[in-house]
Each structure stands twice: as structure tokens, then as C-alpha cells.
Ligand binder design. Structure first.
Ligand code: NAP
Ligand code: G4F
Length: 337
């Protein structure tokens, strides 16, 4: 049975990737951080599934601890490693630059080093990001577009990108960078803008909230569906040669357009509920991202299945169900007071 290590298994992408790899018959080792409260909500359904559970193993580790990573890698002897763990919030990286770079940049180096010391053929995936294009030098962005990072997060990801390339070239490691543009889902963290909007809009619809505070509404992103994007990660590691690939939809929309879509779906006018809060602005913004994934389409045979409108709809409908459950609980509490 092929063994795989996933860092960041408790996150959005890690949870979809674990689901996907378990279905393919892999033994999945997820590295999780110790936390004072439960944070495995996105993978609990896999752990409870009697068919998947025996092949899903959770082990404690942290990208800031190289010795722990080296022991885990040596013990597990994986065939594939997916490095998805990161402090992944761009705005937060301005508040915590040193921590972010320690985990997102040096963390990758620690893992690459541990994997290379195994002296067995291991395939390595690095979660690189469209944020590396930052103040974009050309549009659309491709694998050859120069990087111009605009945050501590993006600078850390550029470092990891080049370390991944260097381990491929210097040590012959089968290592790939997936340069993924923004991808979202009902499992997206609630402080990223799409999920923040779908959570708030659906709560407003049910009378659980009356305002939504946001930052820059003019930023444009190439938004895809996480479920599609994790398949591309796996495809990269199944090729004959390691390489780097852009994964994107080829369409770009503003935060304002996402608001139109979500509130429109709920028959609400967002202008009546949204207020601008400058705390959500970034010191340096990435104004426009638009990816060209034709290399991935040609070589991997990958293309996105879910477009912008369907993505907004599926996230809104999922959060509407969540808001309904919250409303029932709230009504019940009021009645029993
Ligand atoms: P996410 O939901 O924020 O998940 C991040 C994961 O990393 C969580 O499991 C988190 O664990 C873990 N983590 C954080 N700090 C860690 C540390 N010090 N050691 C080990 N694990 C740590 O992110 P995502 O959206 O799934 O993204 C996955 C990866 O792709 C990230 O590297 C992100 O930077 C990159 N990326 C994401 C996108 C996107 O649009 N989603 C696009 C391009 C690249 P806890 O649960 O304990 O916090
Ligand atoms: O949803 P966001 O926080 O995502 P951002 O910064 O594009 O980063 C995400 O995608 C990257 C891929 O390009 C990943 F590498 C990264 O890990 C992460 O997953 O913000 C999107 C846009 C920004 O321009 C931001 O300024 O939305 C704008 N925005 C406006 N109001 C807001 C808000 N963003 C957040 N998080 N919260 C707001 O209230």
C-alpha cells in the first residue's frame, strides 16, 4: 500500500486531499499540531468512516520543528509527501511576519531536507501560490511570469518555490510546485473573503446578523473550487517528470462581484449591509490575479469543473444550511430561558 504524508491535513485542501487519496487506496499520514481545543472538524467524517479510518493515521508534528519532521519522515517512509501546512492568511502575515516565514519558508526546507535524507524515491508536492505574482508583471500569469511578492506570506512562498526547484535540480528529488490560484469551498476558513461573505450573507438572511465589515472590494481574484484543485496536486506527482504548474480557472472577478453573486442568490442587496473597515486593508495589496493553466491542461489533462457562479452558489447554499441550524439552536435557547 502506498504511503503518503500530508502536512496541513486539518485545513481546507488537506481535508479534500485526504478524502481523495483514501479513495485511491493510499495509507494517509496526516501531521497535526497539538491544540488546546479540537481542530479536526474537516476530517472527522473520515475518521468515523469504518472503511477509511484504518488507513488514516494522525501524528503530532509542526513545520517549525525540524527534528520532529525528520523522525516522522524516517518512521513513516512515505512514497509521496504533500506540503500543504502553512500560516496561510495574507493579512495575518503582516502581523506575524517572522512566524509566517519560519513555518511557510523554513518549514518547507526542513521537510525537503528530511525527505532527501531518506535515500529512497519520494515524490514531493509544494503548495505554492499565485500570491507570488503579487504586483503582477504580466496578465494572465503563467509558469514563466516573474514573481513580485507583496506580503511576508508571499515572500515566504517564493523562498519555498525556489528551494523546491533547487532540491529537484541539486538532489534529483521528484519535487513539484503547484502554483495554485485562490480556491474556495464550504470548508474554506471563515476569515478568507469568500467564506466571510457567504457566512455573513446567509446569517443576515435569517436575521442572525445585521452587518458585514470588509476591506478592499476592488481586488480581483481567479477563484476556483478546492475539490478540483487537489486533483491537480495528485496528477503532478503521477507524471514521468517533475515540473511546476499553474492551476487556475482563467476567469477573474472582484470581491464586489462575489458580493453581487452571493447576496443576489439570497434576494438581498449587499449595499444595505456591507460597511468598509480599513482594518481589513493590507499595507500592500495584490490588485489582480488571473491564471493561465494551459500547461496543466496540456500535460496533466487537468481542467476546472466548477466555475465562479456555481462556486458562489454551492458555498451560499451550504452556509444557508449552517445558518438554519444556528437559528434553530438560537430559537431553542430563547424558548428555554
Ligand atoms: P488552511 O485551510 O489555512 O490550512 C492550513 C493548514 O496548515 C492547517 O491544517 C493548519 O493546521 C496547518 N498549519 C498551520 N501552521 C502549521 C505549522 N506550524 N505546522 C504544521 N501545520 C501547520 O489552508 P488551505 O487553504 O487548505 O491551503 C493549503 C496550502 O495551500 C497552504 O500552504 C496555503 O498557503 C496554500 N495555498 C492556498 C490557496 C488557497 O486559495 N486556498 C492558494 C494557493 C496556495 P491547524 O488546523 O492546526 O491550523
Ligand atoms: O480571501 P483573501 O484573504 O485571500 P488572498 O489574500 O487572496 O489569499 C488566499 O489566496 C492565496 C492564493 O492567491 C493563497 F495563497 C492564500 O493562502 C489565501 O488562501 O483575500 C482576497 C481579497 C484580498 O484582496 C483582500 O484584500 O479580498 C480582499 N478583502 C476585502 N475585504 C478581504 C476582506 N479579505 C479578507 N480576508 N477579509 C476581508 O474582510
Amino acid at each position: 500500500m502506498r504511503k503518503v504524508i500530508i502536512t496541513g491535513i486539518t485545513g481546507q485542501d488537506g481535508s479534500y486531499l485526504a478524502e481523495f487519496l483514501l479513495k485511491k487506496g493510499y495509507e494517509v499520514y496526516g501531521i497535526i499540531r497539538r491544540s488546546s481545543s479540537f481542530h479536526t472538524g474537516r476530517i472527522d467524517h473520515l475518521y468515523k468512516d469504518p472503511h477509511e479510518q484504518p488507513r488514516l493515521k494522525l501524528v503530532y508534528g509542526d513545520l517549525s520543528d525540524g527534528s520532529n519532521l525528520a523522525s516522522l519522515v524516517a518512521e513513516i517512509q512515505p512514497d509521496e509527501v504533500y506540503n500543504l501546512g502553512a500560516q496561510s492568511h495574507v493579512r495575518v502575515s503582516f502581523d506575524m511576519p517572522i512566524y509566517t516565514v519560519n513555518v511557510d519558508a523554513l518549514g518547507t526546507l526542513r521537510l525537503l531536507d528530511a525527505v532527501t535524507k531518506l535515500h529512497k524515491p519520494v515524490r514531493f508536492y509544494q503548495a505554492s501560490s499565485s500570491e507570488m505574482y503579487g504586483k503582477v508583471i504580466e496578465t494572465p500569469q503563467t509558469e514563466t511570469t516573474p514573481f513580485y511578492p507583496r506580503s511576508p506570506y508571499a515572500c515566504g512562498k517564493v523562498y519555498s518555490f525556489y528551494q523546491t526547484v533547487n532540491y529537484r535540480e541539486a538532489y534529483g528529488l521528484f519535487a513539484c510546485n503547484g502554483i495554485l490560484f485562490n480556491h474556495e469551498s464550504p470548508r474554506r476558513g471563515e476569515t478568507f473573503v469568500t467564506r466571510k461573505i457567504t457566512r455573513a450573507a446567509t446569517r443576515i438572511k435569517l436575521g442572525l446578523q445585521d452587518k458585514l465589515f470588509l476591506g478592499n472590494l476592488d481586488a480581483k481574484r481567479d477563484w476556483g473550487y478546492a475539490g478540483d484543485y487537489i486533483e491537480a496536486m495528485w496528477m503532478m506527482l503521477q507524471q514521468d517528470q517533475p515540473d511546476d504548474y499553474v492551476i487556475a480557472t482563467g476567469q477573474t472577478y472582484s470581491v464586489r462581484e462575489f458580493l453581487d453573486e452571493v447576496f443576489g442568490h439570497l434576494d438581498l442587496d449587499w449595499q444595505s449591509f456591507v460597511e468598509i473597515d480599513h482594518r481589513y486593508y493590507r499595507p500592500t495589496e495584490v490588485d489582480l490575479l488571473l491564471g493561465d493553466a494551459s500547461k496543466a491542461q496540456k500535460i496533466l489533462g487537468w481542467e476546472p469543473k466548477v466555475g465562479f457562479r456555481d462556486l458562489a452558489k454551492l458555498m451560499t447554499e451550504s452556509d444557508l444550511e449552517l445558518a438554519k441550524r444556528e437559528k434553530i439552536l438560537q430559537d431553542h435557547e430563547m424558548q428555554t430561558r
